[in-house]
Write a protein that binds this ligand. Structure first.
Ligand SMILES: Cc1cc2nc3c(=O)[nH]c(=O)nc-3n(C[C@H](O)[C@H](O)[C@H](O)COP(=O)(O)OP(=O)(O)OC[C@H]3O[C@@H](n4cnc5c(N)ncnc54)[C@H](O)[C@@H]3O)c2cc1C
Length: 400
C-alpha cells in the first residue's frame, strides 16, 4: 500500500444518532470531522425513542436539549395495565426526566448543528484496515474508493464493519421481535402523559405520547416461525398486528389501525451480552467504536440511544484533550496522542456500558419469564447490584 495524503483527520462511519452526536460534540470542541453514511439521506427508522435524564444531559451538552424539549412532553411515570383496563401498578418517575422523541426530530437537530459538508451520503464502507507504513486506518468503499483518516470512529450500528474488523463477535439474536409506529390524532389523543404497558399472553404493548396529537407505540412478542414468511411491507405488518391484538381494547387496536404507514418498522432484537463486552477489545491503532456498534442492547430500559449520546460526549472530550496537548505536526506524536485519547474513552465507558448492558439483560430475562420465583430473584439481583430502578437514568457523562 502506498503512502498517500490523509483525506480526513477524523472519519466517523455511520450517520445515525451516535455518529451525528459524535460529529456535533467534536465540532463543539473545535474539531472537524466527516460522517460517512451509506444511505442517500438522513434515516430515522424506528419511529421514536425514549430519552431519560442521562440522555437529556448529553443533549444539553450538545446544545440541542432546549429545542428538543419543545417537541416532546414530559412523561410523569409508567402504568402497567391488564387488557381489561385495570391498573396493576404505577411507578412515578419522580425527579427523572423522561420524554419520547420522534427519531426524525432528534436526527435533524443533531445534523442541523453540523457545518456544511460534514455528512457525506452514499459512502458505504465495506472493509477497514491499518496502513502498515503509516499505522493510520484506511477505509475501503463499495465503489472501490479508498479513504484515509488519522482516526476512525465506528458508529455504524448493530452490523458494524468497524467492529467486525476488530474481531468483535456479531451481536447475539434475542428471541424477541418489536414492531413500532406512530399514530397521529388530529383532534388530540386523550392519553395521559404516562408510559402505558399492557401485557396479554405473549404480547406486550407499550404506548408513550410524544405531544398532544402524536403517540408512539410498540408491540413485542417472541419470534414465531411464521415471521420469516411474513412480508415487512407496512400494510401487511399493520394487518398482522391488528389480527394479533383481537383481545385488546378497541382504542388500542384503533391506534394501530390508524398508524402512519411510513412510521412502521419491524426489528429482531439483538444485543451484546455483558460477558462479551467484558472481554472485548475496543481499540485497534487509532480506531474505535461507539453506539450500537460497541454495545447494542435490548430495548428493555430504553437506554441504547442515550448510551450512544453519552459515548459521543466522552469520545469528543477525550480526543480534544489530547489534541490540545499536542499541536505539533509530527504524525507519530499525534498518533500516540490519539491512541491515548481513545484508551481513556474506552476506560471511562467500559464500566458504564457493562452496568447498563447487564441491567438491560437481567430486565429482559425478567420480562421473558413466567415464573414468579425467577422474576423475584432477578428483581432482587438488580436491586442489590444496580440500586434503585432509575439508577441507569441518573448517570452523568459530564461536560463536553
Ligand atoms: C426495538 C428498539 C427500541 C429501542 N428503543 C430505545 C429507546 O426507547 N431509547 C433509547 O435510548 N434507545 C432505544 N433503542 C436503541 C437505539 O435505537 C439505538 O441504540 C440507536 O439507534 C443506535 O444508534 P447508532 O447511531 O449507534 O446506530 P444506528 O442508528 O444503527 O446508525 C448506524 C448508521 O450507520 C450507517 N451505516 C451502517 N453501516 C455502514 C457502513 N458500512 N458504511 C457507512 N454507513 C453505515 C447506517 O446507515 C446508520 O445510519 C431501541 C432499539 C430497538 C431495536
Amino acid at each position: 500500500m502506498n503512502i498517500s495524503k490523509i483525506d480526513y483527520e477524523i472519519a466517523i462511519v455511520g450517520g445515525g444518532i451516535c455518529g451525528l452526536a459524535t460529529a456535533l460534540a467534536l465540532h463543539r470542541k473545535g474539531l472537524r470531522s466527516v460522517v460517512l453514511e451509506r444511505a442517500e439521506s438522513l434515516r430515522a427508522t424506528g419511529a421514536a425513542i425514549g430519552v431519560w435524564t442521562n440522555g437529556w444531559r448529553a443533549l444539553d451538552q450538545l446544545g440541542v436539549g432546549p429545542m428538543l424539549r419543545q417537541k416532546a412532553m414530559l412523561i410523569r411515570g409508567s402504568r402497567e395495565m391488564s387488557v381489561d383496563g385495570k391498573t396493576i401498578h404505577v411507578i412515578p418517575n419522580g425527579k427523572e426526566e423522561h420524554r419520547c422523541l420522534k427519531r426524525s426530530d432528534l436526527i435533524e437537530a443533531l445534523a442541523h448543528g453540523l457545518p456544511p459538508q460534514t455528512i457525506r451520503f452514499g459512502f458505504r464502507i465495506v472493509s477497514v484496515e491499518i496502513d502498515q507504513l503509516t499505522s493510520f486506518p484506511v477505509l475501503n468503499l463499495h465503489n472501490g474508493g479508498v479513504i484515509r483518516a488519522k482516526v476512525v470512529l465506528g458508529c455504524d450500528g448493530v452490523s458494524s464493519i468497524v467492529a467486525k474488523s476488530f474481531g468483535l463477535k456479531p451481536p447475539r439474536i434475542s428471541p424477541i421481535i418489536e414492531r413500532r409506529g406512530l399514530t397521529t390524532y388530529p383532534k388530540g389523543h386523550g392519553f395521559s402523559n404516562e408510559f402505558i404497558r399492557i401485557t396479554e399472553k405473549c404480547l406486550l404493548v407499550g404506548i408513550v405520547p410524544i405531544d398532544d396529537k402524536l403517540v408512539f407505540w410498540f408491540i413485542d412478542r417472541p419470534r414465531l416461525p411464521r415471521d420469516s414468511r411474513v412480508s415487512r411491507e407496512p400494510e401487511v405488518l399493520k394487518e398482522a398486528m391488528v389480527e394479533e391484538m383481537k383481545d385488546f381494547p378497541a382504542e388500542i387496536t384503533e391506534m394501530v389501525k390508524n398508524s402512519d404507514l411510513d412510521s412502521l418498522s419491524y426489528t429482531q432484537i439483538r444485543y451484546r451480552a455483558p460477558w462479551d463486552l467484558l472481554l472485548a477489545r475496543f481499540r485497534i491503532a487509532t480506531m474505535t467504536v461507539a453506539g450500537d456498534a460497541m454495545h447494542v442492547m435490548g430495548p428493555f430500559l430504553g437506554q441504547g440511544g442515550s448510551a450512544g449520546l453519552e459515548d459521543a460526549i466522552v469520545l469528543a472530550r477525550c480526543l480534544a484533550k489530547e489534541i490540545c496537548l499536542d499541536q505539533s505536526s509530527n504524525d507519530r506524536n499525534l498518533r500516540i496522542r490519539f491512541e491515548f485519547g481513545l484508551d481513556n474513552y474506552i476506560k471511562e465507558r467500559k464500566t458504564r456500558i457493562l452496568m447498563l448492558s447487564t441491567t438491560t439483560y437481567l430486565v429482559g430475562l425478567m420480562l421473558g419469564t413466567s415464573s414468579t420465583a425467577k422474576m423475584l430473584l432477578i428483581l432482587a439481583i438488580v436491586r442489590i447490584f444496580f440500586g434503585n430502578p432509575f439508577s441507569h437514568a441518573q448517570y452523568d457523562c459530564g461536560h463536553l
